[in-house]
Design a protein around this ligand. Structure first.
Ligand code: HEM
Ligand code: HEM
Length: 182
């Protein structure tokens, strides 16, 4: 018998927490690596991590989107007011949009600037954008603005999750945690 609480399937849970862990590492690494006066070796290591984990996120987010579009989660509990359902739907949609914009704008910024992405280069994958400073600058501005939007939305997302887990205790937290279910 399946004792797993209803909600998201095991694959959706694993994808949520794997992507979450990587994003929660990418944000501080990104914010630190752009600081002036950073030790050169540390800066290089952080850029290496950021570019290559970011490239892996393009594939993970694509997988997650395909999975989500083909596997609908069970409905939210009836006790949840309509406005909170709407807020959850809208904020999740915005999170997905930022999950697409962040790695793609990062990719364009690096490639248009003429820089390597070591993992993709090792796989022999060609560069998909032309070398262009204006394009690199535009992608950089978008990447930074989207990063702040993501940070703000994540603060809301985590606060809402904690509210469900600790105060409401309405089963919403159990819909996505624990990753392995039973
Ligand atoms: C500590 C960090 C996090 C916590 C506590 C958390 C918690 C949750 C919870 C409880 C849900 C289930 C909501 C429901 O039942 O409908 C959820 C869904 C979701 N989370 Fe997170 N999350 C975290 C990090 C993240 C991160 C970093 C992202 C991506 C940037 C993210 C994106 C999403 C999305 C898009 C959904 C909606 C899933 C769907 O319906 O397809 N979460 N999260
Ligand atoms: C979801 C994935 C990603 C997140 C959350 C993220 C987050 C961030 C953050 C917070 C910053 C600092 C913002 C600033 O003040 O400029 C940053 C900068 C940067 N990111 Fe990302 N990033 C992601 C993906 C990528 C990818 C895939 C690449 C390249 C392959 C990349 C390349 C860069 C570069 C080069 C910078 C330095 C800013 C610049 O020179 O324009 N990022 N990122």
């Amino acid at each position: 018998m399946d004792h797993r609480p209803p909600g998201y399937g095991t694959t959706a849970r694993i994808l949520h927490w794997l992507v979450a862990a990587l994003i929660l590492a990418m944000i501080p690494v990104g914010l630190v690596m752009v600081r002036d006066g950073l030790d050169r070796a540390l800066g290089d290591a952080l850029y290496l991590f950021h570019k290559n984990v970011g490239a892996a996120l393009i594939a993970l987010v694509a997988l997650r989107l395909i999975w989500r579009l083909t596997h609908r989660p069970a409905p939210l509990p009836d006790s949840l007011p309509g406005w909170q359902r709407a807020a959850a739907g809208l904020s999740h949609l915005a999170l997905y949009a930022l999950l697409i914009v962040m790695p793609l704008s990062g990719y364009v910024r690096v490639r248009a600037g003429g820089f390597p992405i070591e993992s993709l280069d090792a796989l022999g994958l060609p560069t998909l954008v032309p070398r262009s400073e204006p394009l690199a600058d535009a992608a950089s501005a978008l990447h930074e603005a989207a990063a702040w939007a993501l940070i703000a939305l994540l603060a809301l997302h985590v606060a809402a999750a904690l509210h469900h887990a600790v105060i409401r205790r309405d089963g919403v937290w159990a819909r996505i945690w624990p990753p392995r279910g039973r």
